[in-house]
Design a protein around this ligand. Structure first.
Ligand code: F3S
Length: 387
């Protein structure tokens, strides 16, 4: 692997032991994946931020590091809303540990935005190289924006944030971004909500694994693409997909799909993913809600009063700029939390059945929260919360 003189100096320890240790991580990864060189990155998103997942060992490692991020970098969701954690009934011991983890990242120059939707906060453009780690964010960056990132682990994303570079392999290389099979969707409704694409992604991810597909027969919006990719990354390991005539690389490269294997998913298979089971709580915002989604929820909740716990999750910046919509949602008795989510927070472990509007949450909630999960449309979710 070729290293510049500057990279060699960091590896030799000339810029201190932390930068040396982090360069060792990047070089080791580069060698394993046969990268020829490093590429500069525009931003990083660092996972391993929830105390529920990194625990005491992770906190000790973070506290031992002494360096600062050299590119814009934010965190993945943590185990609680940093400010309203008491309202979430978070155990004070967990809260103290979580705040220590956040403080450790802040000391390393990571911006205290804890979200899986960094694309709502940091400038990310077509062709940018990134080091993002949360699987839905990676799928969105690659597929919807046409930026380039592998799915980083916590330590490699942190190393990339501090050193401003990442080894050039995998999805950083244009030759690995070509679709290898087609998903033809038969009977897709012309008008539907985001959950339908979550249910489609829930099925598609199981078939795709880590292969790059191109969809035909659908015309999703950006929020629908967000839900599609998140679910595929959860039930499969999809980090990049294309949608014919919709996603940027499909429009730029006009892939020839005639010789590709074609797999059909029908609308009736997607309909079977839905369930009419009665939940005891409802959670929306996986991935975190956009401004438009918060507005839509607020419009639908106008004048309603929730009778079951209704959680809504979004990035703090998005919540701040959507203050009017958030006010309407909370007036109904629902809670809009920042920094965390239904999967990484222990707050939702108290329920038996949680209704979600996301294919990713449908897949993760049972293992991560110990609750059954059912998927409904946004309307299903809000009416379940209000009856
Ligand atoms: Fe984001 Fe949590 Fe879902 S990190 S994608 S809201 S599981």
């Amino acid at each position: 692997m070729f290293l510049t003189a500057e990279e060699e100096a960091v590896l030799a320890g000339e810029e201190g032991p932390t930068r040396q240790q982090l360069m060792e991580i990047l070089v080791a990864m580069g060698k394993v994946f046969e990268a020829e060189k490093m590429v500069p990155i525009r931003s990083a998103q660092v996972s391993g931020a929830s105390y529920k997942t990194i625990g005491r060992w992770g906190l000790e490692w973070l506290s031992s590091l002494d360096a600062k991020a050299s590119v814009p970098a934010i965190l993945n969701p943590v185990g609680m809303d940093r400010i309203r954690w008491k309202e979430m009934d978070i155990d004070p011991v967990f809260a103290k540990n979580q705040l220590d983890v956040i403080a450790a990242y802040e000391r390393l120059g990571i911006r205290l935005e804890c979200t899986c939707t960094p694309y709502y906060l940091t400038i990310t453009e077509y062709g940018d190289h990134l080091a993002w780690s949360e699987s839905s964010a990676v799928a969105y960056a690659n597929s919807v924006i046409g930026a380039r990132t592998n799915r980083e682990g916590g330590p490699s994303a942190l190393a990339a944030a501090i050193l401003g570079r990442t080894p050039a392999y995998g999805l950083h290389l244009v030759e690995n971004r070509t679709p290898v099979f087609t998903f033809h969707v038969e009977g897709a409704p012309e008008k539907t909500d985001e959950s339908w694409y979550g249910a489609l992604g829930y099925l598609a991810g199981k078939i795709a694994g880590n292969r790059v597909p191109i969809f035909t027969g659908i015309r999703p919006s950006r929020d629908q693409l967000k839900n599609l990719g998140a679910a595929m990354a959860a039930t499969g390991a999809t980090a990049l997909y294309h949608v014919q005539d919709i996603t940027p690389e499909a429009r730029v490269f006009k892939f020839d799909t005639t010789s590709l294997e074609s797999i059909t998913i029908t609308a009736s298979e997607v309909a079977d993913v839905y369930s009419s089971a009665e939940p005891d709580a409802v959670a929306i915002g996986c991935p975190h809600c956009s401004d438009e989604e918060l507005t839509k929820i607020a419009e639908k909740l106008q004048g309603c009063r929730v009778k079951k716990p209704l959680y809504v999750f979004a990035a703090r910046d998005v919540i701040t700029r959507s203050a009017k919509a958030v006010g309407t949602i909370e007036k109904s008795g629902a809670k809009v939390y920042a920094d965390t989510c239904m999967v990484v927070s222990p707050a939702l472990e108290q329920y038996k059945t949680i209704m979600v509007s996301s294919g990713k949450a449908l897949s993760y909630v049972p293992n991560m929260c110990g609750a059954a999960s059912v998927i409904g449309t946004l309307d299903d979710c809000l009416s379940a919360a209000c009856r």
